[in-house]
Design a protein around this ligand. Structure first.
Ligand code: SAM
Length: 469
């Protein structure tokens, strides 16, 4: 039954194996010899199995937890350097026929304003995002085959890529829409999407069915096998995630890693990213009714354990988290964050009046993109608007091998600095520009290869003279 090469993700991520994993982790949480062995294995930077990583997550020995945190921090530095990739969500439509009990878009919610962007409105929203400096978007939509069919999503993607802004185009559109068919995934691939993102919400099948009582999303197997269909449809970058707070976090953690193992075993490439959203207050949703909320400390521990378990997988934190929490987990392994986000349909171009609210959930980090960029640089990080990998076809396993060989520093670091330079010139406030220029001057000297470093310096000069990608 437990066979990671099983083509069926649903069979592989089975309840029995997760339960056995949790029992094994609980039995070994004080087994310091085993924990040392697992940490030593993690230090090889080749990842851990879900069982091994679950032991680290269960461990309560402060010294060992600190070792895991230190290792997570080091792995983050080795694989990603100090770059943080920036993106923004773009809500296209909140029409939805599902009954997800934690989401205010659920079909029975009659007092949320339902909206769907027209193509003109897509242009306005994207222009507003580009005016902020964003180059990379994640589009979001409810599931509604009448209001948001795949043709609508494809039309929006085409519109987004076609927009010519004075400072360049949107270079990467990631897509977070409901599970769909191989044929539709193929169409998304042909439309030139970046990552296909779909949160599992919970890997606990019984809970899943209760939390999704009605609508197409009720089908646990169809949802769980979505990434297999996406990969069959040619999409090689997929993003996993669970909504922490719905079920026991140790259960979700094991499920998430099993899902990653399954993708790697069957398709030869693991997930491109893992998202770690926590449930938030929303229109008719009180997060406290779900019993499984986790503290900020546990949240940080989860992030660190993911980092050491799947070192080559990007980790995403949204504005659901506060500045303080983001600060903590960025250090422990997060590689992508959103900034200046609005979770309402049309919210970038037209902030909504109080009585017409359509946002999906409350945002904790409400700072502007400029403030977020400034804050990152103050902490020594390089905010990156880079999408070069995607444009050069380095996706899926090609990206992974770059990452696994630690080559990312030689090529991503200078690219990130160039996109930061563009941002500083085109968008940043004076104060942000000042610290940004100093950071670039310091960081460019860290490019190990002399020839690459000289080419990057030349490009920085060209950007200063007005050239854009
Ligand atoms: N309709 C698509 C689907 O079903 O996967 C796209 C999903 S939605 C726009 C993006 C994600 O928001 C969901 O997958 C869910 O995990 C998350 N979400 C829903 N309600 C939330 C809440 N109250 N707080 C935080 N995140 C929430």
């Amino acid at each position: 039954m437990y066979n990671k090469e099983s083509l069926k993700a649903e069979e592989f991520i089975c309840h029995e194996e997760i339960e056995e994993t949790l029992a094994y982790a609980e039995a070994n949480k004080d087994n310091l010899a085993l924990i040392d062995e697992i940490i030593a294995k993690a230090k090889l930077r080749k990842g851990l199995t879900h069982r091994e990583a679950s032991v680290l997550l269960a461990c309560e020995n402060e010294e060992k937890i600190q070792e895991v945190y230190d290792l997570a921090e080091q792995i983050k530095k080795d694989f990603y350097g100090n770059r943080i990739v920036m993106f923004a969500p773009l809500y296209l439509s909140n029409y939805c026929i599902n009954g997800c009990v934690y989401c205010p878009y659920h079909g029975k919610n009659k007092h949320i304003a339902r909206k769907k962007l027209t193509q003109d409105e897509v242009r306005q929203e994207v222009t507003a995002l580009q005016d902020m400096g964003h180059k990379r978007l994640a589009i979001e939509a409810g599931e509604d085959p009448v209001n948001n069919p795949i043709e609508y999503i494809l039309e929006c993607i085409k519109t987004i890529y076609s927009i010519k802004h004075k400072n360049g185009a949107i270079r990467r559109v990631n897509v977070n829409i409901a599970a769909t068919t191989v044929e539709n995934y193929r169409k998304l691939k042909e439309a030139g999407i970046g990552t296909y993102i779909l949160f599992q919400e919970t890997y606990h099948k019984e809970s899943y069915e209760k939390l999704h009582p009605t609508g197409p999303k009720h089908d646990y197997a169809y949802h769980t096998e979505a990434m297999d269909r996406a990969m069959e449809g040619g999409i090689d970058d997929v993003g996993l995630g669970v909504l922490f707070g719905l079920e026991l976090y140790k259960y979700e953690f094991a499920g998430l890693l099993m899902h990653a193992e399954h993708l790697e075993a069957v398709h030869g490439v693991g997930p491109h990213t893992i998202s770690v959203p926590r449930i938030k207050r929303a229109d008719d949703i009180d997060p406290d009714v779900f019993d499984n909320g986790i503290s900020d400390d546990i949240f940080a521990k989860i992030c660190a354990c993911i980092r050491v378990a799947v070192p080559y997988t990007g980790m995403i934190i949204s504005t659901r988290e506060s500045q303080a929490v983001r600060e903590k987990v960025i250090r422990l392994g997060v590689s992508q964050i959103s900034g200046g986000s609005k979770t309402s349909v049309g919210g970038y171009d037209h902030p909504e009046p109080e009585d017409e609210r359509s946002e999906q959930f409350d945002v904790s980090d409400t700072r502007t993109l400029d403030e977020v960029v400034h804050w990152l640089m103050d902490m020594g990080y390089i905010p990156s608007f880079c999408t070069a990998c995607y444009r050069e076809g380095r996706t899926g396993d090609r990206f992974m091998s770059l990452c696994k060989n630690q080559q990312i520093l030689n090529c991503c670091h200078p690219n990130a600095l160039m996109t930061l330079k563009e941002y500083l010139i085109d968008y940043a406030s004076e104060d942000t520009r000042k610290i940004g220029e100093a950071l670039i001057a310091k960081e460019i000297e860290k490019v190990p290869n002399e020839k690459t470093r000289e080419i990057a310096k030349r490009h920085l000069k060209e950007i200063e003279e007005g050239q854009r990608d």
